[in-house]
Design a protein around this ligand. Structure first.
Ligand code: GLY
Length: 361
């Protein structure tokens, strides 16, 4: 096991550590020891991830510490983030006699993290939760910050809760088995942190494009740690997204959600965020917040990482505007965007005139 990096998320009595390493899955048993007594552990994973043995390694490491472990696997993909899958898991937890001294561990991508967290937040009015994210998107974003939930047929993440985990364990090695589109989807979120929130990260990314494209473990470890650090700071400042700080993590997301819905979710989230970020940069340029040099630099940066920058065929601009008006983050049907104001900085802009959007979409 290589050097471990620990990043703390400071949230008073809900504070926790994110451990980042390589080949450190078997470290989970000792990580969890700090939270004893633990009556049993439920590991939730999906049918893709289970083939790579990550969930088994986690289960074995915990079983070696003498704790009873149950391994549950659900179908892979967004189709499992439903109340029906949650209900199946609730029933299984009941049959396995899971109680409030148990811990549920999600091993997988964003779907498994969100679903497992939602089940942990609701079963027996809440049991303890731990995250082992195995996709880039989950490692840099969804596993950190406590947002858990499921989808409604017409609205992603519409039912959920805030449940901070006991901890997050990230094994960078898991990124080597990730399908290319999933890897790029994660990069869409990584790029967001650099462009909108941290110029230092942007420069690190821009000077390491080749290493990123071949998934060099050292640079990935540095990038994942930096993204987690940025997110941990923002979450500590605005855990429940009430002050306008946490919402800045949604750079590119208002456009992205509208594109994802129109593609019936065939367009992966991070790829939609990549296109949405370019749309937001174009809008920012129209509104005079950034210049054309900024926009061009961002576009060539996305392209060098193989990320999409153009709105896909089949996207209707009127429908996009309607969907954006009713985005989960919008209020009173107003068009609301996180727009860049320079490299590594952004602001929330409310009540954008829909006419200006005609030139973007
Ligand atoms: N993914 C945005 C957030 O966690 O707030």
């Amino acid at each position: 096991m290589s050097d471990l990096q620990i990043i703390s998320v400071s949230l008073g009595n809900r504070s926790y550590d994110i451990e980042i390493g390589s080949e450190n899955l078997e470290h989970i048993g000792s990580f969890l020891a700090a939270f004893k007594p633990i009556s049993s552990v439920v590991v939730v994973t999906d049918e893709n991830v289970i083939h790579y043995d990550y969930a088994h390694q986690v289960a074995e490491s915990i079983a070696e510490t003498g704790i009873d472990v149950h391994l549950l696997s659900v179908a892979a993909g967004e189709q499992s983030k439903t109340v029906e899958t949650a209900a199946t898991l609730w029933e299984t937890l009941l049959e396995e006699k899971i109680d409030r001294k148990s811990v549920l561990i999600s091993v997988g991508g964003g779907v498994i993290g969100d679903l497992g967290g939602f089940v942990a937040a609701t079963f027996a009015r809440g049991i303890r939760f731990f995250q082992v994210p195995t996709t880039l998107l989950a490692q840099v974003d969804s596993s950190v910050g406590g947002k858990v939930g499921i989808d409604l047929p017409k609205a992603k993440n519409m039912v959920g809760a805030f449940l901070q985990p006991l901890g997050v364990l990230i094994d960078i090695k898991t990124l080597q088995t990730l399908p290319e589109t999933q890897y790029q989807s994660g990069l869409g979120e990584v790029v967001k942190y650099g462009v909108a929130l941290n110029a230092g990260l942007f420069q690190l990314l821009e000077t390491n494009i080749e290493k990123i494209n071949v998934r060099d473990s050292q640079i990935l470890k540095q990038i994942v740690a930096e993204c987690c650090r940025i997110k941990a700071t923002i979450v500590a400042e605005d855990e429940f997204e009430t002050t306008g700080r946490r919402v800045l993590l949604n750079y590119g997301h208002t456009f992205a959600h509208a594109f994802e819905i129109q593609s019936d979710f065939a367009l992966l989230h991070g790829l939609a965020v990549s296109i949405g970020s370019i749309c937001a940069a174009r809008l920012a340029m129209r509104m005079g917040f950034v210049d054309e040099i900024f926009l061009k630099r961002q576009i060539s940066f996305h392209q060098a990482l193989g990320l999409p920058t153009e709105i896909p065929d089949g996207i209707d601009w009127l429908q996009t505007i309607e969907l954006m008006r009713h985005d989960k983050k919008s209020e009173f049907g107003k068009l609301r965007f996180v727009l860049p104001t320079g490299l590594g900085s952004c602001r929330l802009v409310d009540n954008v005139d829909s006419q200006i959007l005609k030139h973007i979409l």
